[in-house]
Design a protein around this ligand. Structure first.
Ligand code: SAM
Length: 269
């Protein structure tokens, strides 16, 4: 049985730190579903980011071969080492410490680091991941072209993984209560659904274009010329062979951005 996190915090004399995104799951049923969505089995090595008081960690440890948890707050790292000795706790910043090899990632993320953690994850080898994000962030992850939520994140996720919102989690499932609802999201890596000759160049083009998502492709590239040419003139010489160059960035599909990136093969970026 879970102890109510409010009682545990009181018992330990710990006040949650807002700056560290410390919102604890008080609804144990959500934690059980989270672990269920990740389909954790006896052969899995699981990495958890931000275990906090261990509401997910305990459930993961009951099913997995091994659980490794990265926690930045030393108070929770110490508490976990004592209360769940079978779990390996790495005390540190999940953006900085080296990640061990793992099959499954499970996390109720500190929202401030959602984006860098997601991109780091997508560059890592893994089998599946279930993460809790802010609802709006999750919507951006799965957004389609020509919608308000379509962003660098949508394209970055689409090219690397199948992504699905599993359920909306109301804000009152947490203590302290955040200002917005959350979403449980599953990511399963897969090869890009369209050809990309050079993934690094594709990412550089996506980064440059989405700084100015309402502009046309050619104007967006002009504003970021330094990423692709030695001089503005150098960029102008590439532009005539760039497809879709008069279209607005926000309307382009990831496939079309792939064709733009491939057309820039001779460019420096
Ligand atoms: N998993 C717990 C739960 O569901 O109740 C806690 C989730 S809380 C939203 C986020 C947790 O991540 C906190 O325990 C916080 O201390 C930790 N955290 C914050 N920044 C971190 C970072 N950069 N690296 C690792 N953990 C971090």
């Amino acid at each position: 049985m879970d102890e109510d996190p409010r009682r545990t915090l009181e018992r330990l004399g710990i006040r949650p730190r807002k700056g560290m995104g410390q919102h604890f799951l008080v609804d144990g049923r959500v934690a059980t579903r989270h672990v269920g969505h990740a389909n954790v089995g006896a052969s899995d090595i699981v990495l958890e980011i931000g275990p906090g008081l261990g509401v997910l960690t305990r459930r993961l440890a009951e099913r997995a071969r091994r659980v490794i948890a990265i926690e930045a707050d030393r108070r929770f790292a110490a508490y976990l080492r004592e209360s769940l000795p079978e779990v390996e706790v790495i005390e540190g910043d999940a953006l900085k410490v080296e990640w061990p090899p793992f099959d499954v990632l499970a996390s109720n993320l500190p929202y401030k680091i959602s984006s860098p953690i997601t991109f780091r994850l997508l560059d890592h080898r893994f089998d599946r991941a279930v993460l809790m994000y802010q609802w709006e962030f999750a919507r951006r992850m799965i957004a389609k072209p020509a919608t308000a939520d379509y962003s660098r994140l949508s394209v970055g996720v689409y090219r690397r993984a199948a992504c699905e919102i599993l359920e909306r989690v109301p804000r009152n499932a947490f203590h302290p209560q955040p200002r917005v609802d959350s979403a449980l999201v599953r990511l399963v890596p897969r090869p890009s659904p369209f050809p990309i000759a050079d993934p690094a160049r594709f990412d550089a083009v996506v980064d440059a274009l989405f700084v100015h998502r309402r502009k046309t492709v050619e104007n967006g590239l002009r504003l970021s010329w330094r990423s692709f040419a030695e001089t503005p003139r150098g960029l102008e010489s590439i532009l005539p062979s760039v497809p879709f160059r008069r279209r607005r960035v926000e309307e382009l599909s990831p496939e079309e951005i792939g064709r733009i990136a491939d057309s820039m093969a001779g460019a420096k970026g």
